[in-house]
Design a protein around this ligand. Structure first.
Ligand SMILES: Cc1cc2nc3c(=O)[nH]c(=O)nc-3n(C[C@H](O)[C@H](O)[C@H](O)COP(=O)(O)OP(=O)(O)OC[C@H]3O[C@@H](n4cnc5c(N)ncnc54)[C@H](O)[C@@H]3O)c2cc1C
Length: 434
C-alpha cells in the first residue's frame, strides 16, 4: 500500500513520519514543489535579521535523512498538478503519474496578495518561504534600503518590522483594521502600539495601503515594501478534486483529519480545525497546530484511529522587548459568539521586587452565565509562554474561574512571585463575577 503526501514541511512531514511508525511496511512518498524540506519557517524572520546565520541552521532534516532514517521517499522540485482520485493517481509536473492508495494533503497556505489589487509593485517582498527569506536578506545586504513599509500588523508583519528596525531601517507598519494581531482588543492594541513607538517603529492603524507609486506607499516614501496582510489556505488542488471546503475557506476535515472523500486526509495550514471554546470550525494557521494535525492525519492514513482534539488558538509573538501571547477569544469575539463576557485586566510583577520584577499584564475573560473561562492574553518580558499555556490548558479543560483560581502553582522568589499574575487576574475576575 502506498501513502502519498503533498507538501514537505511541518504538517506533511509529521504525517509521513507518524504513518511510518504506525505501519513499518507502508510505502510513503512525500512530494514537495520547493527545493528544501523541513526548515524552521518560524525562524525565517531571524534568518533575515542575521541572528540565524545561515540557511543550513534552519534545516532540520534533508530528503536523504528521511530516506535513510525512516525509509520515506521525499521528492523535491515536484509539483502535484492534479489529484485524480477516481483512478487513485496524482499528476506530477513533467507529466508523470503517481499511483496512491491513501493521500494526505498538506499544501499549507500562501500570503494574501489582494492588498496589491491587480498591479503588484515589482519590488514588494513577502516572508512566507525560505526563498522569500533569501530574497529579502539578499536585498537588505546588497541594496541597503533605509526606509521600509510593512503592510499588515499580524504576527509576521510585527516580527519583520522588529527585524528591519534591528537592521537599522526606519519602519512604518500600515494596518487596515483598528487592531493588531488580528485580535479585536483595544488594550492589547494599545500596549503593542506603545511598545512599537518606544522602539522607534511607527504604527498606523485603520490605514490600508492603497497606492504604490513613485517609491511611496500611500504618502510614505520607502525603498522596501514587505506585505504581510494575511494568509489564504492553498486549497485549489483539493477543491478541484472534489474535496469539500469548510465555511472558513480551508479544507473541512473530521476529527481523524479525513476530508469529505474517504482515503484523503488533510492537515496543517490548508485545513480548518474545531475551536474548543466555540465548538465550531476555525482557521488559525500555526506551526504548532500543523504538526499536531499532521501526526493524526498520518496515523489515520496508515490505519490507526487517532483523534485531533481541536485548538484554542494559542499563539505568541515577540514585539521588540515584549512577548505578546493570546489564547481563546477576546471580549468582542466572545460577544459575537453569543457569550456574555466579563473580563479582568491586571498588571503585576513577574518576580518579587528584590529579584528585579518587571510588569506583566494578564487579561482573562469568562462567560458571566457559566463562569467558564473563554480567553486570555499575557504581555511581558519574561514568563509569557508558561502563563499563556496555563490559560490554554484551562480553556481546553473548560475550566470555570473558581477552579482555575484554585490551581496549585509553584513559588520561589528567584523565579516567580507568591501569587502568579495569572492568579491575580483570576482573583480579580471572580470579584467581577460575584
Ligand atoms: C515568517 C513566519 C513565522 C512563523 N512563526 C510561527 C511561530 O512562531 N509559531 C507558530 O506556531 N507558527 C508560526 N508560523 C506558521 C507556521 O510556519 C505554519 O503554520 C506552518 O509552516 C504550516 O505548516 P504546513 O506544513 O501546513 O504548511 P507549509 O509550511 O506552508 O508547507 C506546505 C508545503 O506544501 C508545498 N506545496 C504546496 N502545494 C504543493 C503542490 N501542489 N505540490 C507539491 N508541494 C506543494 C509547499 O511548497 C510547502 O512547502 C510562521 C510562519 C511564517 C511564514
Amino acid at each position: 500500500m502506498r501513502l502519498a503526501v503533498i507538501g514537505g514541511q511541518g504538517a506533511g512531514l509529521s504525517a509521513a513520519s507518524r504513518a511510518r511508525r504506525v505501519d513499518p511496511s507502508l510505502e510513503i512518498v512525500v512530494l514537495e514543489k520547493g527545493d528544501t524540506i523541513s526548515y524552521v519557517t518560524c525562524a525565517l524572520p531571524y534568518y533575515v535579521e542575521g541572528k540565524v546565520p545561515s540557511e543550513a541552521d534552519l534545516v532540520i532534516h534533508t530528503a536523504d535523512d528521511f530516506q535513510r532514517e525512516r525509509g520515506i521517499e521525499v521528492r523535491t522540485a515536484t509539483t502535484v498538478q492534479e489529484i485524480r482520485h477516481a483512478r487513485r493517481e496524482l499528476l506530477l509536473s513533467g507529466g508523470e503519474r503517481l499511483a496512491y492508495d491513501r493521500l494526505v494533503i498538506a499544501t499549507g497556505a500562501r500570503p494574501d496578495r489582494a492588498v496589491f489589487g491587480s498591479k503588484p509593485p515589482m519590488d514588494a517582498f513577502h516572508l512566507h518561504t525560505l526563498e522569500d527569506a533569501r530574497r529579502l536578506r539578499g536585498f537588505l545586504e546588497i541594496s541597503h534600503p533605509r526606509r521600509a513599509v510593512v503592510i499588515g500588523a499580524g504576527y509576521i508583519g510585527l516580527e519583520i518590522a522588529d527585524v528591519l528596525r534591528a537592521r537599522g531601517l526606519e519602519v512604518t507598519v500600515l494596518e487596515a483594521s483598528a487592531c493588531v494581531l488580528g485580535r479585536p482588543d483595544a488594550d492589547l492594541t494599545k500596549d503593542v502600539g506603545d511598545e512599537l513607538t518606544r522602539s522607534g517603529i511607527e504604527l498606523r492603524l485603520e490605514t490600508p495601503a492603497t497606492s504604490f507609486e513613485g517609491g511611496r506607499v500611500n504618502d510614505i516614501p520607502c525603498d522596501l515594501i514587505v506585505a504581510a496582510a494575511g494568509l489564504r489556505p492553498s486549497v485549489e488542488l483539493a477543491a478541484e478534486a472534489g474535496v469539500r471546503l469548510g465555511g472558513t475557506g480551508a479544507i473541512a476535515v473530521d476529527q481523524h483529519m479525513e476530508t469529505s472523500i474517504s482515503g484523503i486526509f488533510a492537515a496543517g495550514d490548508c485545513a480548518e480545525a474545531v475551536h474548543l471554546v466555540t465548538g465550531r470550525p476555525a482557521y488559525i494557521p500555526l506551526g504548532t497546530t500543523a504538526n499536531r494535525m499532521g501526526r493524526v492525519a498520518g496515523a489515520c492514513a496508515a490505519g490507526a484511529r487517532e483523534r485531533f482534539a481541536g485548538i484554542v488558538g494559542t499563539s505568541i509573538v515577540k514585539v521588540c522587548r515584549l512577548g505578546v501571547a493570546m489564547t481563546g477569544l477576546s471580549v468582542s469575539e466572545a460577544r459575537r459568539e453569543g457569550f456574555d463576557p466579563v473580563s479582568a485586566r491586571i498588571t503585576a510583577m513577574d518576580h518579587p521586587k528584590h529579584f528585579k520584577g518587571r510588569p506583566t499584564t494578564v487579561e482573562l475573560t469568562a462567560d458571566r452565565r457559566s463562569r467558564r473561562l473563554l480567553g486570555g492574553t499575557v504581555i511581558g518580558e519574561a514568563g509569557v509562554p508558561g502563563r499563556v499555556n496555563v490559560i490554554a490548558e484551562a480553556l481546553t479543560c473548560r475550566m470555570r474561574v473558581e477552579d482555575f483560581e484554585q490551581l496549585d502553582f509553584a513559588y520561589t522568589p528567584p523565579f516567580v512571585p507568591a501569587v502568579d499574575p495569572v492568579l491575580v487576574a483570576a482573583h480579580q475576575l471572580l470579584k467581577l463575577l460575584d
